[in-house]
Ligand binder design. Structure first.
Ligand SMILES: *Cc1c(COP(=O)(O)O)cnc(C)c1O
Length: 372
């Protein structure tokens, strides 16, 4: 594969379409297909080229170039969001370290730390995303992990301010950017050191693969993560990587439609008697709105609300013809997930709604009839 194009001075849509693509060359595909190789032919200088598929693969580098360009850092691809998070935590944390985690963020991150990092005897400080962020919580901390907007609560925190305070305390600041995607928010530009994300969600967006990545500003940390990937063997498959790259080409379009659908649904549900606790960062008046407007670049398709109880949610899904129950978000299809069934500390009728790419009028009509 030849040189990859540079897209960093172009708009979101162009960067999604062209990112990580090779310079045009006669007789070659626009986006080269996956390279399937366990060993590669060894050249004269065995360090100079790909030699083994666990250490490097051109299909990874193409997608890493595209995502890293959007994030504004060095991207290291991993086979799922949890692989990205667990690789990062294992690489950065030492025995006895203090770690700040969001109490209202993705549950598997907290579970990984409590169940799989027991031997590190970490001092884990769980803070609600909106705070309060007292000064003393930063004392002696190695890593602060934020999740903004948080999943499933859709609360936000000030990345720039917390990065400054984390740095003053000598800590690294990481942001789980899954919900926003790099088009919705660029934490590295706001002062974060690290971005982690599940690209299983909107970035790949077709509900058919798992993928994840870590992007960092520091080249040494990037190399440390690559080493961890090579030695742990936690590597993405070339085919999934290529599918994610192919899918990312429409990220800008998909996000625009998802946000349009979320806006239409939120408007239709605002005054609905069966609905309470409606939250979407894009909604003026939402507790997250003002801060999100300052630090985010655009809205996504995920919002949340409450129905009376678990039965009401089941009934809603049964009556809907377009919305299905599924525990992921950011895909083409509109989905709902009743989070209490997975152990999130939320009411039984709490629903995370992921607006897909259907027509807004169809979705609004369907959701209103399903709630009637
Ligand atoms: C889904 C998700 C993850 C985990 O990603 P997987 O690809 O399922 O491993 C991590 N963080 C957030 C915010 C998520 O939504």
């Amino acid at each position: 594969m030849g040189e990859l194009v540079s897209t960093s001075d172009l708009g979101d849509g162009t960067r999604c379409v062209r990112g990580g693509h090779p310079e045009p060359s006669g007789g070659t595909p626009l986006l080269p297909g996956p390279v399937f190789a366990a060993p590669f032919h060894l050249g004269e200088d065995v360090q100079a080229a790909d030699f083994y598929g666990r250490a490097g693969n051109p299909t990874w580098r193409a997608l890493e170039s595209a995502i890293g360009d959007l994030d504004g850092g060095h991207c290291v691809l991993l086979p799922s969001g949890m692989a990205a998070i667990s690789t990062l935590l294992r690489a950065v944390l030492r025995p006895g370290d203090a770690l700040i985690l969001p109490s209202d963020g993705y549950y598997a991150t907290r579970q990984f730390v409590s169940d799989e990092l027991v031997e590190l005897e970490l001092d884990v400080r769980e803070i609600d995303t909106p705070g309060p962020w007292h000064d003393d919580v930063f004392a002696g901390v190695r890593l602060v992990l934020l999740e903004t907007p948080s999943n499933p609560g859709l609360n936000v925190c000030d990345i720039a301010e917390l990065a400054e305070r984390a740095h003053a305390a000598g800590a690294l600041l990481a942001v789980d950017n899954t919900t926003a995607t790099p088009l919705g928010q660029r934490p590295l530009e706001l002062g974060a050191d690290i971005v982690v994300a599940s690209d299983t969600k909107a970035l790949s967006g077709h509900s058919d693969i798992l993928m994840g990545h870590v992007s960092v500003r520091d080249e040494e940390l990037a190399q440390r993560l690559v080493r961890a990937r090579t030695l742990s063997g936690s590597i993405p498959g070339p085919f999934e990587t290529w599918l994610a790259h192919r899918s990312m080409g429409t990220l800008d379009l998909r996000l625009a439609r998802q946000a349009e659908n979320a806006a239409a649904l939120v408007e239709a549900l605002r005054e609905h008697p069966a609905v309470s606790g409606l939250r979407w960062p894009g909604l003026p008046g939402d507790p997250s709105h003002e801060l999100a407007r300052r630090q985010m670049r655009r809205w996504g398709g995920v919002f949340r609300f409450e129905l009376a109880d678990a039965r009401a949610v089941e009934e809603f899904v049964r009556r809907s013809e377009l919305v299905v129950a599924a525990t992921s978000f950011g895909g083409l299809h509109s989905t709902v997930d009743r989070r209490a069934q997975w152990g999130d500390p939320v009411p039984e009728g709490f629903v995370r709604f992921s607006a897909g790419c259907e027509d807004p009028a169809d979705l609004v009509a369907d959701v209103l009839q399903a709630l009637a």
